[in-house]
Design a binder for this molecule. Structure first.
Ligand code: TRH
Length: 380
């Protein structure tokens, strides 16, 4: 067995080849985040192979990607990664990204570990496990930690844990075009003071949904509710079909088709209020810099409660904002939401100011790809 060749140190700017692995558990977050990362690396001149077990959502999230028309990114079938006939045609990547603890196919690891061990010119990839985003304290504690690979063909190699987050000691966040526009001082994303309030709705099935719709229907100002495709649309249709909201009043509901990621991000940038869910749309809501209400991905042991509280702490949210979030996440009765009107949509209000401040704090930090490249260059 030969040792990995000595390699000249790399700089974070050097273009690299990446294998990114995505196992779609459910919903859109896994593919959403890993596509965003792939596209962000490609935009910096890197080459990415995105191995994914269900690429169907990319057809609309990233038009052109499946047909191979996205510069710098190749989308490949997860099952092909296990085939030596496929792997033997490929250059060994500089970096492996294991998305959210999905185990890499053992055939893939075995193939490239064998090449690293037997071919002098093939160097060991930097192996990174990309974790879920959270504002909880464990993120800073665990970010960047090495972990020895104990089994399999790559036994003795090291994996590094990479935790996205909101602070300088974490892995940071991927920016979008709305954030880049804000960095350049471009305020064109600010909504004008429209007579009709625009609210986007991307949610699971919150118990408080009838309360939200009723509240918007009875407010003095008309609201156009832009409902995301999929579960949010089904949830709203269900509430309206059951007659849980007495009269449409000032509420106008518009069901959206599937949007590409840039269209989705622009939508959040153009609304007065964004109801978002999961992790990736939360980040886009932060970049939008508009008032938002977040529904955390529900976990059976209510682990999402600590996650929600940590985010609200980081945002220094006041008690009104906390009450609304607790109700929207099912931690108190929807009837307890007495403050929708105060919290929602007033872009000159306190919550709006806190969010533009939060965005400013985030924009002063390095973004996630920069921190990832630093970790890679330190460990090659
Ligand atoms: O879909 P989600 O609920 O994803 C979830 C969470 O991330 C959760 O933590 C994870 O464990 C679970 O998936 C498996 O919400 P999220 O994270 O906001 O991802 C949605 C993605 O879909 C985001 O990248 C934006 C994108 N999107 C579009 O591009 N166009 C659209 O029209 C819509 C509705 C979404």
């Amino acid at each position: 067995m030969s040792h990995p060749p000595a390699r000249p140190p790399t700089t974070p700017d050097q273009p690299l080849l990446w294998d990114i692995f995505c196992h779609v558990v459910d919903n859109l977050g896994d593919v959403g985040v890993l596509w965003r990362l792939s596209a962000a690396l490609a935009a910096r001149g890197h080459q990415v192979r995105l191995w994914i077990d269900d690429a169907s959502a990319l057809a609309w999230m990233a038009p052109g990607a499946l047909a191979g028309n996205w510069p710098g990114v190749r989308v490949l079938a997860w099952t092909d990664a296990a085939h030596a006939s496929v792997c033997s045609t490929l250059r060994c990547a500089d970096v492996w990204i294991e998305g959210f603890g999905c185990d890499l196919p053992s055939g893939f690891v075995a193939h490239f570990a064998n090449r690293v061990h037997t071919e002098d010119r093939v160097a060991r990839p930097v192996w990174i496990n990309l974790e879920y985003l959270s504002a909880q304290a464990y993120v800073e504690r665990n970010h960047g930690l090495p972990s020895p690979v104990l089994r399999g063909a790559a036994q003795g190699w090291t994996k590094y844990f990479f935790y996205p987050g909101f602070t300088a000691g974490s892995g940071g966040l991927i920016r979008n075009a709305v954030a880049d526009a804000a960095t350049g001082g471009d305020d064109s994303i600010e909504a004008s003071a429209q007579p009709v309030r625009q609210v986007s709705l991307f949610c699971y099935e919150p118990e408080a949904l009838p309360a939200l719709l009723t509240s918007l229907a009875h407010e003095g100002r008309p609201t156009r509710l832009l409902v995301a495709h999929g579960r949010a649309t089904q949830a709203v249709r269900g509430v309206l079909a059951r007659g849980d909201v007495s009269a449409p009043g000032n509420l106008q509901v518009q069901y959206l088709p599937t949007l590409s990621q840039p269209q989705f991000d622009a939508l959040l940038g153009s609304c007065d209020l964004n109801m978002v869910r999961g992790e990736d749309s939360l980040v886009q809501a932060l970049w939008a810099g508009k008032p938002f209400v977040w529904q955390a991905y529900p976990q059976s042991d209510a682990a999402h409660r600590a996650k929600l509280d940590a985010l609200l702490d980081w945002l220094q949210a006041d008690s009104v904002v906390r009450d609304v979030h607790r109700a929207w996440n099912g931690f108190c009765q929807p009837a307890d939401i007495a403050h929708w009107d105060a919290t929602l949509a007033d872009r000159h209000g306190r919550w709006a100011r806190q969010l533009t401040d939060a965005r400013q704090r985030l924009l002063l930090q390095d973004d996630l790809p920069s921190r990832l490249l630093k970790l890679v260059s330190e460990n090659r």
